[in-house]
Design a protein around this ligand. Structure first.
Ligand SMILES: NC(=O)c1ccc[n+]([C@@H]2O[C@H](COP(=O)([O-])OP(=O)(O)OC[C@H]3O[C@@H](n4cnc5c(N)ncnc54)[C@H](OP(=O)(O)O)[C@@H]3O)[C@@H](O)[C@H]2O)c1
Length: 222
């Protein structure tokens, strides 16, 4: 059993939290408005879940999920982040987040931007390319038929191994997408961003094999 801290417990954070509890992990949920506003979700998830402040969730998690709009990056807890494994689900949408020159120019990926705000953290980009309803529906036990795979990118091999093990526990396989600087290959608008798991209109989704995800990553161009 691992404790997973959540900074952001909305559609995607809340779904990862649900899958985590189902897999036997503990979760510490947080959002921008405070723990009182997460009591219903914590109660729904049961005794393995509790609501806390974002600063508490950051420290409590053996693994931390950051799942917020990119515009909130500057308002994340101060840490300490050194040595922490952070799963970054976030996507840059200028119409929501405002224009960010370093992302618009391609100088940085959004995960590199997050890593800059969390000094010393081992950031791994994951969960960003799948619709939250598909993430919930497509989880399958290891060795079972129709297991789906998610791309992961990061600069720290041990952190990627920890994230791969966590994904395995909640019903997914991992495909290596390289370093954080390579993670543009799974950002919005790329072939791996959404389509492999089927149309949004079908909440059941379509299982995506490792080969499907590898082929979609290989097709990415910019
Ligand atoms: N929805 C999807 O299917 C999906 C799939 C993959 C990736 N993503 C990406 O994942 C991220 C989250 O998406 P979402 O759809 O889950 O959004 P969402 O439902 O709007 O949830 C966002 C969460 O972030 C919290 N938050 C905002 N600012 C915060 C701060 N400074 N400190 C702590 N928590 C903060 C919000 O709390 P409050 O409600 O209290 O403000 C809320 O819990 C986005 O970058 C999105 O593009 C989404």
């Amino acid at each position: 059993m691992t404790t997973i801290g959540f900074i952001g417990s909305g559609q995607i954070g809340g779904t990862v939290a649900r899958l985590s509890v189902a897999a036997g992990h503990r979760v510490v949920l947080s959002n921008s408005r405070g723990p009182d506003t997460l009591q219903d979700l914590a109660a729904e998830l049961g005794p393995q879940a509790r609501a806390a402040t974002a600063a508490e969730a950051a420290v409590a998690g053996e693994l931390v999920v950051v799942s917020v709009p990119v515009l909130a990056f500057g308002r994340l807890p101060a840490g300490p982040w050194a040595g922490r494994v952070v799963m970054d689900t976030c996507n840059y949408y200028p119409q929501r987040d405002g224009q960010i020159a370093e992302l618009d120019s391609g100088k940085l990926t959004s995960s590199e931007l997050l890593a800059r705000d969390l000094p010393g953290a081992a950031v791994v980009k994951v969960f960003n390319n799948i619709f939250y309803k598909h993430l919930e529906s497509l989880a399958r036990p290891a060795g079972g038929l129709g297991r789906s795979f998610l791309p992961i990118a990061g600069d720290d091999a041990a952190a990627k191994a920890a994230v791969t093990a966590f994904l395995g526990s909640i019903g997914y396989g991992a495909v290596d997408d390289g370093l954080l600087t390579d993670s543009w290959r799974q950002e919005p608008g790329t072939p791996v961003y959404g389509p492999p798991y089927g149309p949004f209109g079908n909440p059941a989704g379509t299982p995506a094999s490792a080969d499907t995800i590898r082929a979609a990553l290989a097709e990415a161009a910019r």
